[in-house]
Each structure stands twice: as C-alpha cells, then as structure tokens.
Design a protein around this ligand. Structure first.
Ligand code: DAU
Length: 332
C-alpha cells in the first residue's frame, strides 16, 4: 500500500508515519509537508533513511503541487493530517487556516476524484462541534465552531461530507479529542507547560483553569487511524476519544507535581477569546467496530514529561527560534 500522509512533519502525523513504517514493512509512505513553523523534519530524524519513506516539500493549498504528487507517485490512500491547528494563532491571524484547512482539503478531495484514490481519511477535531456543558458529542451532532480554527476545520469536513454524498467518494471523516505525547509543538498546553517549567519559567493558565478537555495519547490516536485505514467503513464519520476528561488546572498540577514544583509557578493570565468550556466525544461507534484506547493516562503523561526532559535537543531550538532559521535556509 502506498499512503500519502499530508502534514507528515507535524506532531500527530509524524508519530503515525513512524508507527506505520514499523508495523508494515511492505507499505510505502510519502510525506507531503509545507514545513510551516509546526512542520519539523527532526520529528522523523530516526526514519529519514528508511527506503519506504519519502519526503516531498509542498503545500496542499497549491493544486498544481498536489496534482504533481498524484501523477508521479501512484498513491492508494490519502490521510490528510495537514492543518493549521492552534486556536490562539487562528484568533490572531485566520488567513493560513482558511488556505490550508479549507482550500487544501478541497484540492485533496478533487485529487481523490480525479486520480481515483481508494481511500481518503480526514483527520479532524472535536472542536467543530463547539463547546458542551454536559454529555458528549455524537458523530451527527451539529457543527457549532467557535474559533476561526474550528470553523476552518468544520468547513473542510463539510466539503468531505459533500464529496461523499455528491460524488460517492471513498472518504472517512474523524473527529478526535485533544492529543498529547512526544514531538508536540510547544505552543499547546501540555508541552508548553512542561518545557516552560524545565526552563524555570511560569505557566500561563487561562482564566480560572476549569475548562475541560478530553485527552488521548498520540499513539492511541495513531492506532485509531491505523484501525480505520484497514477496517473503517467508507462514507462514515468516527469520533476518536479516550473518555479521560481533565480540567486544565488538574493537568497543570499533575505536571507541577511530577516535576517536584509548587503552585507558585502558575501564572493566571487573561482568558482566551471565545474560550470553549468543555469538549467530550462519544466514541462508541469506533469501539463497537473493535478499537479502544489502550494507554493509561497517568502512565502516558508521565512518559510524555520524561520525553521532554530527555529530549531538549528537539524542543530547545524550536523555542529559541533556531530551528526555523535553519530550515528557512535549507528549504527556501
Ligand atoms: O480538541 C482537539 C483540539 O485540541 C485540536 O483540534 C487542536 O488542534 C488543539 O490545539 C487542541 O485545542 P485546544 O485549544 O483545546 O488546545 P490547547 O493546547 O491550545 O489548549 C488546551 C486548554 O488549555 C484550553 O482550554 C486552553 C488552555 N491553555 C492553553 C494554552 C496554550 C492555557 O490555559 N494556557 C495556555 O498557554
């Protein structure tokens, strides 16, 4: 099987590529990535020389580029991980979100149609449903996105839906809860807080810290995508969740405790604009099909903290800006 993974130099996708190459020695993976600030080839340093892996620098919002890859590579499956994903950035500057998450998705869907791709998996988020006080979002809950980021993902997902209904294309849409784990860009809550504390800085907790997120270990998410790649029903939508819900303050205290630090390291800051109160997804549909999350939250978060402690070669250059300078020179 030859899989095109878009955004493969990002956090979740790089974990997925590593897992796939290890699990299926006869599969080939093409990684098409624009190398934005969040795309980092260091995420895949250990598999750079793998004969079944190829990196192509390119933007899914560039239709000519997408078509060129399709013509040259004989792709069987597309997994669309490429996205602008950070809520705070979307509040400051939504432009890139519309380009990648909407236009980029549209270009890939057109390619699925034109090049008769066998399967397309859309990696998306629970944020498209908006915020929920009680209960959980089901696959058919209505979209109520509250940030330019979630609106851009919702738009991409709606395009996917329309291509299933109108053109009968082999598409699967997934909505996942929050990820954590190794190689996550240190702008998201967990890696930002761990690395700030290692650097003797404070952690900026938004509002009262009582907002709730459902957390899945990145390798469990990779397992879910692998599962859907082989067993998912075409034309269907699947929620991916762990059932583990935590308030931000609980996550913060857990990290502080693990690092032997106290609450004085918390810096209460102004709340995020339009800050969603709680996300939670009902993933019964996926579990009924045979997948379930395997990693224990307490073990996996400790493992994640240790990873950032032992791998400052990876995150220190990112935080200092050194990495971006290096890659700008190398790939411009
Ligand atoms: O639910 C899935 C989504 O999870 C993904 O679709 C998004 O791409 C991903 O960024 C994430 O969105 P969140 O906004 O939930 O993640 P973030 O790590 O930015 O924030 C998690 C919570 O922590 C949120 O309630 C805001 C809060 N927070 C975040 C940061 C970065 C803070 O209190 N302080 C911070 O500095």
């Amino acid at each position: 099987m030859k899989i095109l993974v878009t955004g493969g130099a990002g956090f979740a996708a790089s974990n997925f590529i590593r897992q796939t190459l290890k699990k299926y020695p006869d599969y080939k993976v093409i990684n098409l990535d624009k190398l934005t600030y969040a795309g980092n080839l260091n995420n895949l340093k250990d598999i750079e020389g793998n004969a079944n892996y190829k990196f192509i620098k390119g933007d899914i919002a560039d239709k000519r580029m997408v078509d060129k890859v399709m013509r040259n590579e004989n792709i069987d499956v597309i997994i669309n991980y490429a996205a602008e994903t950070h809520v705070d950035r979307s509040i400051l500057d939504p432009d890139a979100f519309i380009r990648t998450d909407v236009i980029g998705t549209y270009n890939l869907l057109e390619a699925v149609k034109e090049f008769k791709i066998g399967k397309y998996i859309q990696i998306s988020t629970d944020e498209v449903f908006g915020s929920i006080k009680r209960g959980k979002f089901k696959e058919d809950s209505s979209f109520k996105p509250n940030s330019p980021y979630s609106a851009s993902k919702a738009s991409g997902d709606l395009l996917c839906r329309s291509y299933i209904k109108t053109y009968d294309l082999p598409i699967i849409i997934t909505h996942s809860c929050n990820f954590y784990g190794p190689y996550q860009y240190p702008e998201k809550l967990i890696p930002l807080f761990i690395t700030n504390l290692i650097e003797n800085k404070k952690v900026p907790l938004y509002g009262d810290g009582k907002n709730v997120r459902e957390w899945i270990y990145v390798l469990d998410h990779c397992r879910a995508i692998d599962f859907l790649l082989h067993k998912g029903k075409l034309g269907e939508v699947y929620n991916i969740g762990s059932g583990v819900e935590k308030k931000n303050i609980e996550i913060t205290k857990l990290i502080l405790k693990e690092l032997g630090l106290g609450d004085e390291r918390i810096k209460k800051v102004k709340d995020r604009a339009g800050h969603d109160w709680r996300y939670a997804v009902d993933s019964t549909k996926l579990r009924k099909l045979g997948w379930s999350a395997e990693y224990d939250f307490d073990d996996a978060i400790r493992e994640t903290i240790r990873w950032y402690q032992n791998n400052d070669w990876w995150w220190k250059p990112i935080k200092s800006g050194e990495y971006l300078e290096y890659y700008k020179k190398q790939y411009k």
